[in-house]
Design a protein around this ligand. Structure first.
Ligand code: XIL
Length: 357
């Protein structure tokens, strides 16, 4: 990760030098500098600009071309989740995840892993297996260990635990926590701690993240996650950063909310944690010019907050083209959430992110 980001920085410097030399040369050749890409501008701030993707889309040439040139980080939207990667007892299927890793490596991108411990997309063999807590504990430890070791050296950071908190700051009832749980039901954040500890043992080089939504601003949920993070840092529980999802709409474009994001990022940064924007999309109810411009404004504001926070290392959207966004399927009536339209044309949001970065 460090070498690849150094390489990227060196590439950007070389490009800048080449352009500067060309500009100062006395020859009359007027070569137009190639347009900057998101990954080029972000590299100057040491920010990875990411997109979630799944491997079936890679066979769409336009999809592959945009993903491979504009983005420096790739994350599986689905193909590293429990249900896909571990579909049966003792059965692992790394096909999709491996294809994503191969694509990323071929395009000098890094890979972020998502996700090991979550209440959704858990296969029926687990949820309906009638397992006791000790059995579930073994299942989860084996899952974390096998998946992380398969991708050791290839996936630099993992969303180890995803969405374990309710919006009121309590721990969500899940199969891993208390239904029946892996053995810590009723005790707060121990399930998360145990998962992180297993993850560190599985791959000592991977950065370990807690990832969630509705915790982007200062609120009761982010307070609870902050208290956990502070406790983990104090006691040496392995935790390297927090992923903030950012599935938002235009109501998020409020000066108080944006200021609150910056304050929230800063308190986590002060614990020595990395901040990753992991699943950003800004859903709209129409694709009018006014909506697209308002969306662009908010994308730019969020990118600027990341640039201004030294510990913000990742600016990632949940997909990149409206063609394959999860939004219309999960928020009926909503869509147009990403920086490229369904024909891979750059939207105002793209330009706004580019300028902010
Ligand atoms: C979503 C995917 O985008 C969909 O394709 C899938 O059907 C359901 O999951 N928070 C997360 C992501 O952490 O894993 C979810 O991804 C979106 C919400």
């Amino acid at each position: 990760m460090k070498i690849s980001s150094l390489l990227r920085t060196a590439t950007v410097l070389l490009l800048a030098l080449t352009l500067a030399c060309g500009g100062g040369s006395t020859t009359s050749t007027t070569t137009t500098p190639p347009p900057q890409t998101l990954r080029q501008v972000a590299a100057a701030h040491n920010i990875l600009v990411g997109a979630a993707a799944d491997s079936p889309y890679l066979s769409d040439p336009s999809y592959a071309a945009v993903l491979g040139t504009e983005y420096s980080q790739l994350q599986a939207e689905n193909e590293m989740k429990f249900g896909i990667i571990h579909p049966g007892i003792g059965t692992y299927d790394f096909t999709g995840g491996d294809a994503l890793v191969a694509f990323a490596q071929a395009h000098t991108m890094v890979v972020r892993g998502h996700t090991l411990v979550w209440h959704n997309q858990v296969p029926a063999w687990v949820t309906s297996g009638g397992y006791t807590s000790p059995q579930l504990s073994t299942i989860l430890q084996n899952h974390i260990t096998t998946v992380m070791q398969h991708y050791a050296g290839q996936v630099y950071a993992w969303d180890v635990v995803n969405e374990a908190f309710n919006d009121d700051g309590t721990i969500r009832d899940t199969i891993w926590y208390d239904q029946p749980g892996i053995g810590f039901a009723g005790m707060g954040t121990e399930t998360i701690e145990q998962s992180l500890t297993w993850a560190r043992a599985a791959d000592t080089n991977a950065k370990l993240f807690y990832n969630d939504y509705n915790d982007e601003t200062m609120n009761v949920k982010s307070d609870a996650i902050y208290a956990m993070a502070q406790d983990f840092k104090t006691r040496g529980v392995p935790l390297d950063g927090i992923g903030f999802q950012f599935h938002v709409d235009l109501t998020f474009d409020d000066p108080n909310a944006l200021a609150s994001v910056a304050t929230n990022f800063q308190r986590f940064a002060a614990l020595g944690l990395e901040i990753h924007i992991t699943e950003l999309d800004i859903r709209l109810q129409d694709s009018s010019a006014a909506s697209l411009n308002a969306q662009a404004k908010l994308y730019g504001e969020l990118a600027a907050i990341c640039v201004q926070q030294p510990n913000c290392k990742v600016f990632q959207t949940w997909g990149f083209t409206d063609k394959y966004s999860w939004i219309p399927g999960f928020f009926p009536g909503w869509g147009w959430a990403l920086p490229f339209d369904a024909n891979y044309q750059k939207k105002p949001a793209y330009t706004s992110i580019l300028n902010a970065l």
